[in-house]
Design a protein around this ligand. Structure first.
Ligand code: XIL
Length: 380
């Protein structure tokens, strides 16, 4: 297993995202009889999220991306450089099906600044070039995160000013490099404390600076690229929950004091038998929209138990369908990004200790699964 995978706390993630009951297992997040309500997405908070987002040049025709563009929706996938380099079908299918890309790992701190002060944009630039050739938008994850830390930052507490300088330098250098090519940035990822109120305190940035590091990084990001939409990205709060309530109040506070935060990313790593209800997700998205935030679904995958049967695949398809319907029906949820597209390359077996698998819309041999057709039928 790769080092990055080891560092990502498997137990913590599972606990917070499902096994501990994020998901209100319930009857409702299954297909509804009513068709998709295609809501207007006219009230974009940020100019850079305007209507042309899904309408750029489209060298590839067919596939989900043309259907999605017809609905004004961005449909995205995580991008793996390893897969791209070693498997020619990977890039082909990606360009046919998606109009938006997100680097799965290569824009994280432990890759871009593996050595302190030396910036390595090589792998990310490879993805950018591909996205440019294929007319795909790029959203980026994340500038600041407690995970994917390089050795020089792992478990460290820096003098306050030094930590501020590190974050400021990172944001200006990285956003400067990608200026104009990334339309939405997850400035901060998973900062909320999972064990109680407030923010996670165990990461180097909170430890060294205190909670006000959040205000600073959003102001710097806005200064670095005033046209980029700035998001906060979080897991395990897709529906209404105590964590989602806390996030709502916190972001409301940030905006009230003028912090430039324009969007919320809901990760949507969900399990086939444990997932939030459609009604809850709708309510949650609505309240953030009403606050003036654009919502993106940022890392969708629907995990199946290792020994999945036909009924599981049908349920999975129904969940994918519901997520797309919910996004389309929302006032302002113009992007749905999948955390990969083929089960051949997915983080799910690794993170779940091989308990879950087959979370994506193509199988290991690039055969479309029922989930693919479910999405296509929503977008048609
Ligand atoms: C994951 C990648 O998919 C893995 O390859 C890597 O080992 C760990 O990180 N939330 C996030 C993503 O914000 O960046 C994570 O990606 C998955 C959970």
């Amino acid at each position: 297993m790769k080092r990055r995978e080891q560092k990502f706390s498997r137990r913590g993630f599972l606990k917070a995202s499902g096994a501990a009951g994020l998901a209100l297992a319930g009857p409702c997040f299954l297909p509804s009889s009513s068709g998709p309500a295609v809501g207007g997405r006219e009230r974009f908070f940020h100019p850079n999220l305007a209507d042309d987002d899904a309408s750029d040049s489209q060298p590839e025709t067919g596939g989900l991306r043309s259907l999605a563009a017809g609905k004004g929706l961005l449909i995205g996938s995580a991008f793996s450089n390893d897969a791209f380099q070693n498997d020619s079908l990977y890039g082909e299918v990606l360009a046919r099906e998606f109009n938006c890309l997100v680097a799965e790992n290569t824009m994280k701190l432990d890759v871009i600044q593996r050595v302190r002060g030396r910036f390595d944009f090589g792998p990310a630039d490879e993805m950018m070039a591909f996205a440019g050739r294929k007319g795909m938008k790029v959203r980026a994850v994340p500038l600041v995160w407690h995970d994917a830390l390089p050795d020089w930052a792992q478990d460290k507490t820096f003098p306050r000013q030094e930590a501020l300088d590190i974050l400021r330098g990172h944001i200006f250098t990285v956003m400067g490099h990608f200026q104009g090519r990334v339309f939405a940035w997850d400035v901060l990822n998973e900062a909320l404390n999972d064990k109680g109120p407030g923010l996670r305190e165990e990461d180097p940035w909170h430890r060294s600076i205190g909670p006000e590091y959040v205000d600073r990084i959003y102001h710097w990001a806005h200064e670095a690229d005033p046209r980029a939409a700035l998001f906060y990205n979080e897991f395990g709060m897709e529906g209404m929950s105590e964590k989602a309530d806390r996030c709502y109040e916190w972001i409301k506070g940030l905006r009230a004091r003028g912090v430039p935060i324009h969007g919320l990313g809901l990760q949507f790593h969900i399990q086939v038998d444990k997932h939030p209800t459609r009604a809850d997700v709708t309510r949650n998205i609505k309240r953030f929209n009403d606050l003036g935030l654009t919502v993106h679904i940022t890392e969708l995958d629907v995990w199946l138990p290792k020994k999945a049967d036909a009924a599981d695949f049908r349920k999975q398809a129904a969940i994918y369908r519901e997520v797309f319907e919910t996004a389309l029906a929302a006032k302002n949820c113009p992007a749905v990004v999948l955390w990969g597209f083929t089960d051949r390359y997915s983080w799910v077996p690794g993170i779940s200790n091989d308990s879950y698998d087959q979370a994506l819309i193509f199988d290991r041999d690039y055969r479309a699964k029922p989930a693919y057709e479910a999405i296509a039928s929503v977008l048609r």
